[in-house]
Design a protein around this ligand. Sequence first.
Ligand code: SAH
Length: 247
Amino acid sequence: MNNTGIKASLNTLRSSVKKVGFICAMDCELDAVTKLFDSVTIKKVGPTDFYLGKICGIDAVAAKCGVGKVFAAICAQTMILTFSPDLIINTGVAGNLSKSLKIGDVALSSAVVQHDMDTSPLGDPVGLISGINMTEIKSDLDSALVMQSALNEIGINSEIGVIASGDQFVASSEKKEFIKETFGAISCEMEGASVGHVCFVNGVRFLVVRALSDDADGASPDDFPAYCVKVSENSSKAIYAFMKALS
Ligand code: SAH
């Protein structure tokens, strides 16, 4: 993407995004966002604490949803109805499925899929979401391009591609290959496609931004706890660079 393309994406975002929502599954991921706030007020809605403030002068709302697709959906729908963000970024850590990425690098979504959605015995494609009749839900390309350009400037390697979510911690080459081959995914985690699904049905822009904590293989049960906090720092840098570009 050349500079003219990035400028066009940036202009689109600047005119349409006045408030950004951040959804994270775990404490270390939420800390990476809330430490960027100028000042914070907390509002509890249902089971969730929402952190309200500004990042680089732009209105922001952040919340920890908990692990998995159901918690992520509860949080995304509540955030949309209560705070009306123009863009929701689901951020945190994830497993790596791409040969171009390594632990610490950042996966950005072009689209999201639910790798554990399967009505194929009825003749549907694996991953099809009945009702909206889609397997892939496209995320906001302008946001991905601006985020990638911001990451390039601060020297963090990233790739834009399909991110696959499911209610499973992926830690075997068998599962990893299934997700890569079936969906062409570059990363796997447990919330992004749920946030994307909720955003799609509500007409809200979304992006998944994940720093890679492990390679979704046999080493993941050790790598995930070892790298989770450390690589969350790269999510934090990514968000700051993105919000600064927007401001
Ligand atoms: N009981 C643990 C569960 C963590 S699950 C806890 O509460 O800390 C792993 C989390 O990191 C999920 O939120 C998921 O989105 C992400 N993740 C990181 N690596 C992953 C992998 N290899 N497979 C699936 N999700 C992964």
